[in-house]
Design a protein around this ligand. Structure first.
Ligand code: 6PG
Length: 254
C-alpha cells in the first residue's frame, strides 16, 4: 500500500477549485496515455462541489468528454431523477453541461426501475457492468479506474460503507446493496473496499471540523471496520484533500 499524501487547502472553496484543476489534469493525462479516462464519482457536498468547479473552469474544454468512462462509487437507492440521487446531482453539476458519450456514463440503477425495490439485484447488476470492462491490470473484476473520488462521513464512512457493518468487510463482491444506513436514505448501493482499492488513484476530499476525528483516525491507522475510510487506498496514490479544520487532528508525522 502506498503512503497517503495529504494536501491542506486554506478554505473549502480553494479545495474544490484545486481538486477540480487536479481532476481535469488527471483526465487529460490519462487520455494522453491510453485514450479513454475512467473516473468514479462520489456523492456528498464536497464531491459535488468539485464537479461544479470543473464545470466552471475554462480548462474543462481541454478534456475529451466523449472519451471519459464515468462510474459511481455509491448511490442513494432512490427513483431516477430524485434530487438526492448522486447521479442527478452529478448531472446537474457537470455531466449535463459537457459532451459526454451517454454509453460511457454508467449510473447505478435507481429504485423502482428494472430492479424495483431490490437494491441487492441492482448492486449485482452493477457488478456485471463493471466486470464487462474489467481491467487486466487488476485481479478483480472492475475496470481500470484512473481516479476514484470519495467523501468521508463524521463516523468515518466512505462511499456507502459504514462502520461496523458486514459491507465494509466484504471481500468477495465488488458492489453491494447496503441496508439500514445511518445517513439517509437507508438503502444504498456501494462499491466495496476491494473494488475501491483496484483504482489507480483514490482521492478522499472533505472539509469542516466535524470530519477532523475520522480523518485523523483513518490516517492514524484505524481498522477499516471501525473507520471505513481507512481502507480506501489506491494502487498508485491515496490522496487526502482537506481544509485546515478537517486536518486539525491529524497525528504529528501522520
Ligand atoms: C453519499 C456519499 C457519502 C459522502 C459522505 C460525505 O452518497 O452520501 O457518497 O459517502 O461522500 O457522506 O458527504 P459530505 O461531503 O456531504 O460531508
Amino acid at each position: 500500500m502506498t503512503r497517503p499524501e495529504v494536501v491542506v487547502h486554506a478554505t473549502g472553496e480553494l479545495l474544490a477549485a484545486a481538486a477540480a484543476a487536479r481532476l481535469i489534469t488527471k483526465i487529460v493525462d490519462a487520455q494522453a496515455a491510453h485514450g479513454v479516462a475512467s473516473v468514479v464519482l462520489t456523492g456528498g457536498r464536497t464531491g459535488i462541489g468539485v464537479l461544479e468547479q470543473v464545470n466552471d473552469s475554462p480548462a474543462r474544454d481541454a478534456v475529451d468528454w466523449a472519451n471519459v468512462d464515468v462510474y459511481w462509487g455509491d448511490e442513494r437507492f432512490l427513483p431516477y431523477g430524485d434530487p438526492d440521487r448522486n447521479e442527478t446531482q452529478a448531472r446537474h453539476a457537470l455531466l449535463d453541461h459537457v459532451p459526454v458519450n451517454p454509453e460511457r456514463v454508467h449510473p447505478m440503477a435507481p429504485s423502482g426501475g428494472k430492479f424495483g425495490p431490490d437494491a441487492d439485484a441492482a448492486a449485482a447488476h452493477y457488478a456485471e457492468v463493471l466486470a464487462t470492462t474489467a481491467s487486466r491490470e487488476t485481479d478483480i473484476a472492475v475496470p481500470h479506474f484512473d481516479v476514484l473520488l470519495l467523501g468521508i462521513g463524521e463516523e468515518g464512512h466512505t462511499a456507502s460503507l459504514f462502520p461496523e457493518t458486514p459491507y465494509v468487510q466484504e471481500s468477495g463482491r465488488t458492489v453491494v446493496g447496503v441496508h439500514d444506513c445511518p445517513k439517509p436514505p437507508p438503502t444504498r448501493i456501494s462499491l466495496t473496499l476491494p473494488a475501491i482499492q483496484a483504482a489507480s488513484e483514490v482521492w478522499l476530499m472533505t472539509t469542516g471540523s466535524a470530519k477532523a476525528k475520522p480523518v485523523a483516525a483513518a490516517l492514524g491507522g484505524a481498522k477499516p471496520v471501525d473507520i471505513p475510510a481507512a481502507g480506501a487506498h489506491g494502487r498508485d496514490l491515496t490522496l487526502w484533500l482537506l481544509d485546515p479544520t478537517a486536518a486539525s487532528a491529524i497525528p504529528t508525522g501522520g
